[in-house]
Ligand binder design. Structure first.
Ligand SMILES: NC(=O)c1ccc[n+]([C@@H]2O[C@H](COP(=O)([O-])OP(=O)(O)OC[C@H]3O[C@@H](n4cnc5c(N)ncnc54)[C@H](OP(=O)(O)O)[C@@H]3O)[C@@H](O)[C@H]2O)c1
Length: 342
């Protein structure tokens, strides 16, 4: 067992973890991983839809450590109830479809921003010790409402550390890019078209690039950061980029690629660590930390050294980590291989 794995095992021993959005793509993978690998006491799913919870109960029929709680992150009182006895919260619930957020801005604000505030309050008044909130590259220099709400959420979680007093409670954020094959993403979209006999695939822009991460990598990164965090960090993994045209070629080599133009709220390239944040960006071997821009009254951490002792250093002036300048791209062949497991 690696050093970090043994730290996670020790940290999660007899702990109760609540996952908001536990029935989603990330939540299911995270929960399966935790139940299979770590000696946790209990895992609680917190989400709205009873059918998704019912289906998940069927998937985990023999798992006595799994509990289900129907609730909305907009409902603070319900969160107080759900957080009783919880040690760790992973906040994955979100409205995350860019067009849906553009058309229904207040719904996205209520879930992604008010929901974040509710998670913090409910943590403050219960015995929660660690909270990791999932964010997205779309929160970096946002141009769409979804990204803007996730940036607000990130800021709310970072600032939440200032409210904890001498409690052993910390909030951090994990930010990453497109999850290969997650619900509503481009891989199932292309796959559906291909399975229905499409001879052409729609491409919004031939230059478009995206960060690309698998669910396994996302889950592992969150787990690693549970034992790495001081509180107040935005953790960004170093992950590969893809060109959307390469993804289409990998999935349907003979299909024509039809350029349809960029959609509302889309960028050609995504950013993970913005240039304007270079003074707060610390580079480690496999990840970056965006350190808080505010000073906490109660946390006196040197963010260039993680709680695991990993050492990083501030990036050069004007450094930016985006999906275009990323030195690591997946090739068409690598995408073909990866898609077999998605
Ligand atoms: N997928 C990606 O490519 C990607 C990339 C970067 C970051 N992220 C972030 O990762 C997180 C998880 O994404 P995902 O792909 O797992 O999303 P997902 O598959 O769409 O799952 C979302 C989950 O949130 C729950 N939910 C939605 N609104 C809720 C509310 N108001 N209260 C309680 N639960 C609610 C949903 O269940 P109910 O509908 O039953 O409530 C579902 O369980 C999100 O924060 C997202 O922003 C995702």
């Amino acid at each position: 067992m690696s050093d970090i794995e043994s730290k996670i095992t020790e940290f999660l021993k007899d702990k109760t973890i609540l996952v908001t959005g536990g029935t989603g793509s990330f939540g299911k993978k995270f929960i399966r991983t935790v139940l299979e690998r770590y000696p946790v006491k209990k895992v609680i799913v917190y989400s709205r839809d009873e059918l998704k919870q019912f289906e998940m109960q069927q998937m985990f029929k023999n798992e006595s450590r799994l509990r289900f709680f129907i609730g909305d992150v907009r409902d603070k009182e319900r969160l107080y109830l759900a957080f009783r006895g919880v040690d760790i919260v992973i906040h994955a619930a979100a409205i995350k479809q860019v067009p849906a957020a553009e058309y229904n801005p207040m719904e996205c604000i209520k879930t992604n921003i008010n929901g974040a505030e509710n998670i913090i309050e409910a943590s403050l008044y219960t015995n929660v010790q660690r909270v990791i909130a999932l964010s997205t590259d779309k929160a970096a220099n946002p141009i769409n409402l979804y990204g803007a709400t996730k940036l607000c959420s990130d800021k709310i979680f970072v600032a939440g550390n200032n409210l904890v007093g001498d409690r052993n409670l910390r909030f951090s954020v994990v930010r990453y890019g497109n999850v290969a094959g997650s619900r509503g993403s481009v891989v199932p979209f292309f796959r559906n078209l291909i399975n229905n006999g499409a001879t052409e695939l729609p491409i919004t822009d031939e230059n478009m690039t995206r960060f690309w991460i698998t669910l396994e990598q996302g889950v592992q990164f969150v787990l690693n950061n549970l034992v790495r965090m001081h509180g107040g960090e935005v953790f960004v993994p170093k992950i590969p980029s893809i060109r959307i045209v390469d993804l289409a070629t990998a999935m349907a080599p003979n299909a024509k690629q039809n350029i349809i133009g960029i959609r509302p709220g889309e960028k050609i390239h995504e950013v993970m660590c913005p240039r304007d944040d270079f003074q707060h960006t610390i580079e480690f071997d496999n990840f970056f930390i965006l350190k808080p821009s505010i000073v906490f009254s109660n946390i006196d951490a040197d963010f260039t050294t993680t709680a695991l002792g990993e050492k990083g250093k501030l990036v050069e002036p004007n450094f930016e980590y985006n999906s275009f300048n990323n030195p690591h791209y997946l090739t068409v062949e690598e995408l073909v291989e990866l898609n077999k497991h998605v």
